[in-house]
Design a protein around this ligand. Structure first.
Ligand code: SF4
Length: 475
């Protein structure tokens, strides 16, 4: 798409000024690539019509010497930076640009150093949503000058229309959204669930972040504003027949029609009790009673390391230094499992090397269930599960779910990463057995982004989906 001419944008700035709008935002593609950007922001500033002049950017250009200072000198009052992950690997995968994350982080620091306030925008999608609370922790600790985070959700539009699997189910991401907004509030970060976020019925306890409530509480919504929003957002959204029973119905626009085309509107649950939903009231805890396959179960989880050995030899193994070829003793593992329960954990995660090759693997699952754990899961490479009898016995012992590593849909790439010939075919058979025996809702496929798969991982995702995997996590 070609850049719009300076004259054309100037005319639009004049039109916006005529509507007595106090704020103007420069956006679209990457605005910092437009040669006339500073001329246009100066034009808006010199008109005296705007209280705030904002820029939406990936910030990469502002790492260059003097650029951030020019932004301030030319009228910009604040910047919203797109940052979609807290790790370089995941972010660069999502932007499909190697090195982009590091440049964005550098740009963010440069903008802050120039004295321009920075906010962040993350677009939550099928790959980054499980890391959302970690992202907020990262912002809080590594970018402490950031005062606001907008948490948007991928919409089946633009490039996502061709790849609808990148759009997460709202009901699946809701617990993570609630947790992220809660962490923001606790850390003093203002968070927003914008019109391109989720409806309020998914925001139990953190409705304060919903744009419709913010507009309402700040009294900003005039009748004409309301009409504009209906034209821009509302016209592309839809609701369910049950919405008429919801207390948010008068101010809520529902879900994107394109989202409903994929997932329907069956997830919408009318909110009938307004006690915790009144904007500005103290917020409650995240809702209880989620099904076992939710992204992050409510209640404490304890991870117990049971093995110091693995039947794969992954090139990037984060535990390589701790691998001593041993299994943790049965009594020691039992002690840790039992201590976790005494300390209030409801969920047990068996980890360490390859847990499924521990000779007491089934015993640990049975033991955990016998002392009251609601859910037992394992982080595995899936190879042992290629034996159907093994998978069946694990399920009979009480195993609820599994996170299985598969780093590519291409056998030689996966085998190259694991450094074990035919590990791919074994893991794929293991995944198939887990899907059949534990069910598709109880498996997460985990792929490590690395040099070997970086160029083909975008092709792997649809292939993983074809295998019947709903949940994929990149790390
Ligand atoms: S009106 Fe419908 S979409 Fe909106 S919050 Fe209520 S149930 Fe959800």
């Amino acid at each position: 798409m070609p850049d719009r001419s300076v004259g054309e944008v100037r005319r639009e700035i004049d039109e916006i000024a005529e509507q007595s709008t106090p704020a103007i935002t420069f956006s679209g593609g990457e605005p910092s690539l437009h040669k006339g950007l500073f001329e246009l922001s100066s034009y808006a500033a010199e008109s005296g019509n705007f209280e705030t002049i904002s820029l939406q950017t990936n910030a990469m250009a502002f790492r260059k010497k003097g650029m951030a200072g020019r932004m301030k000198d030319n009228g910009f009052t604040d910047v919203l930076v797109a940052l979609h992950a807290h790790t370089a690997a995941l972010s660069d995968f999502l932007t499909q640009t190697r090195g982009a994350w590091a440049q964005t982080i550098e740009g963010i620091h440069a903008i802050d150093a120039a004295g321009v306030p920075v906010s962040l925008n993350i677009v939550v999608n099928a790959f980054n949503f499980r890391r959302l609370p970690d992202y907020i922790e990262f912002v809080s600790e590594r970018l402490p000058f950031v005062k606001a985070v907008t948490i948007s959700v991928a919409n089946p539009d633009g490039r996502a229309r061709a790849n609808p699997w990148i759009v997460p189910r709202y009901s699946e991401i809701a617990p993570l959204l609630v947790e992220a907004h809660t962490v923001c509030r606790d850390r003093g970060i203002t968070s927003f669930n914008p019109d391109c976020g989720v409806p309020a019925c998914f925001m139990g306890g953190v409705e304060f972040a919903c744009s419709e409530f913010i507009r309402g509480t700040e009294g900003q919504l005039s009748k004409s504003d309301h009409n504009i929003i209906i034209e821009t957002s509302g016209a592309h959204k839809t609701k369910s027949s049950v919405c008429s029973e919801c207390i948010h119905d008068p101010i809520c626009y529902g879900v994107w029609k394109a989202y409903a085309d994929i997932y329907g509107v069956g997830e919408l649950t009318p909110v009938k009790n307004d006690v915790a939903s009144v904007p500005g009231t103290p917020q409650g805890e995240p809702p209880l009673g989620r099904p076992a396959h939710d992204a992050r179960p409510t209640g404490q989880t304890v991870s117990v390391r049971i093995s110091g050995t693995c039947n794969n030899g992954c090139v990037f193994c984060p535990e390589a230094g701790e691998m001593d070829g041993s299994f943790v003793a049965r009594t020691e593992v039992e002690k840790e499992i039992s201590e976790g329960r005494v300390n209030g954990a409801d969920f047990l995660n068996l980890v360490g090397g390859e847990p499924a090759i521990h000779p007491d693997f089934f015993h640990f699952i049975r033991y955990a269930k016998s002392i009251g754990y609601k859910q037992v899961s394992v982080v595995t490479n899936g190879r042992m599960f290629s034996y159907r009898t093994f998978c069946r016995e694990a399920a009979d012992a009480g195993l609820d779910r599994a996170s299985v590593s598969l780093h590519s849909h291409i056998s030689h790439i996966h085998d190259g990463v694991t450094r074990v010939k035919n590990s791919f075919s074994q893991s794929v058979r293991g995944i198939s057995n887990i899907l059949n025996i534990l069910g598709p809702q109880n498996i997460i496929l985990k792929a490590k982004i690395c040099d070997a798969n970086a160029q083909t991982l975008h092709l792997s995702i649809p292939e993983f989906k074809k295998m019947g995997i709903d949940k994929i996590e990149l790390w």
